[in-house]
Write a protein that binds this ligand. Structure first.
Ligand SMILES: [Zn+2]
Ligand SMILES: [Zn+2]
Length: 154
């Protein structure tokens, strides 16, 4: 599987593949060092059972979706649609707007889930079995400050 470490100092995404039991990586932008410890299940792409960054065991699932892409499609659709509306072709305009929304939905439903760590926001992509639940704000409120204290951000 691919693990994306989220730098807590500068918010950089640091993707890597676990091939050893432990590894040290340095953030390319701010130089923050991360000591990673991969469980057997993570290395074998079986299951995300323990986070290699913060050693936490609490995860949630979300769609592997870049929100910027979705917004771009809707904005482009709205611009083209506004052009047709200007020329009095409002039915065409509404059609294009509806099409842009449908394309967005189609992309969204075809996306696979990825697992995210509640504490440090590390992301896990791969063929492993999805066992985490949906995002829960209450859990995030409890666990995020725990990690921030751990890395000295609070
Ligand atoms: Zn950084
Ligand atoms: Zn973590």
């Amino acid at each position: 599987m691919e693990v994306t470490v989220r730098c807590h100092q500068c918010d950089s995404a640091l993707p890597l593949r676990p091939d050893a039991e432990s590894a040290q990586i340095d953030c390319g932008r701010c130089g923050q060092a991360f000591l990673l410890s991969f469980s057997d299940a993570v290395r074998a792409d079986r299951q995300v059972d323990r986070c290699p960054v913060c050693r936490g065991g609490d995860f949630y699932l979300r769609k592997d979706f870049d929100p910027k892409l979705g917004v771009t499609i809707v904005v482009i659709g709205a611009l083209i649609s506004a052009g047709f509306y200007w020329f009095g072709l409002d039915l065409v305009a509404y059609g294009i707007l509806a099409a842009a929304t449908l394309i967005d939905l189609a992309i969204y439903s075809r996306l696979s889930d990825l697992t995210v760590c509640y504490r440090c926001h590390a992301e896990f992509r791969g063929a492993y079995e999805r066992t985490a639940g949906a995002f829960d704000l209450h859990t995030a409120d409890l666990l995020e400050p725990e990690y921030e204290r751990q890395v000295g951000k609070r």
